[in-house]
Design a protein around this ligand. Structure first.
Ligand code: SF4
Length: 264
């Protein structure tokens, strides 16, 4: 948080997370009430206060708002967005949707592009359900450890594993073997979205299961809330839970700073 970063957001997700911000067991229809034909630019889409706050990055109804670019165009767009038009201290954050779906096949082309040579750190923001393919795992190991200006810490897996408050099932969402594999090749941490004490209990259970699977990294909890009105109700209580548990607190910096506008 606070590190200058470029976010590459890929399209598609294996989840819907329609339970966020809803009473337990209920699912949000909020994004379904938005008429995609009224929009020609994703930046003008409404924010939602329930369900997945990045619905336009996976819901097929909004696919036409995501540009389709080839690798060369993506590499140029990324480097053009850097303040000095070259890599210095900036990180690349690859997010989604879920960025470790079929896109795994495409990343080597992008990361090998000459424009990406000066990149030193990558974070994958993942829901922690997707195994790395053998080819991509080998590629990433070579990208980080095979380059003397990088190393093991150059690769981070920010694993936002989904608890029942997301509306996704435990067996689909909590995948200790997958996350243990990420930790074998880079740094990994767990990050849970929390609203209530019940969510905190679910997080405790999940941490135990991840720990039993071999996970050793840090745990963050983050308040639910894609809009300021919801976020500001939860943030202090979740910070206090983190202090009680000895876990880390993750803010949602894009909410107070940018009101969670699309593109932030
Ligand atoms: S895993 Fe993330 S991107 Fe996918 S539906 Fe859930 S919150 Fe949205």
């Amino acid at each position: 948080m606070g590190v200058p970063s470029v976010f590459l957001r890929t399209f598609g997700c294996n989840f819907k997370c329609a339970g966020f911000g809803m009473p337990r067991g209920e699912t949000s229809e909020e994004a379904n009430t938005i008429d995609p034909d009224l929009y020609t630019d994703y930046k003008t889409l409404p924010l939602v206060s329930t369900g997945c706050d990045s619905y336009a990055s996976w819901d097929p109804r909004f696919r036409h708002l995501s540009p389709v670019l080839d690798t060369d165009a993506i590499a140029h767009a990324i480097v053009d967005s850097l303040p000095h038009k070259e890599w210095r201290d900036e990180h690349l954050v690859i997010t989604g949707g879920e960025p470790l779906l079929g896109w795994q096949k495409q990343y080597p082309d992008l990361l090998d592009h000459p424009k990406m040579a000066g990149l030193k750190e990558i974070t994958f923001e993942t829901n922690g359900t997707q195994k790395l393919t053998a080819e991509f795992r080998k590629y990433l190991l070579n990208w980080s450890l095979g380059n003397k200006s990088r190393g093991r810490d150059a690769l981070t897996f920010s694993v936002s594993a989904k608890l029942p408050c997301s509306g996704e099932s435990w067996s689909d969402a909590i995948c200790p073997d997958v996350v243990a594999e990420y930790e074998e090749i880079g740094t990994a941490y767990l990050k849970f979205v929390i609203a209530t004490e019940e969510d905190l209990k679910d997080a405790e259970r999940a941490v135990e299961e991840f720990g039993a699977g071999g996970f050793k990294g840090p745990v963050y909890i983050m308040p639910v809330g894609g809009v300021e009105r919801v976020y500001s109700v939860n943030n202090r209580a979740v910070a206090e839970m983190a202090m009680r548990k000895g876990w880390r607190y993750s803010d949602r910096l894009q909410v107070p700073l940018f009101k969670n506008e699309w593109g932030t």
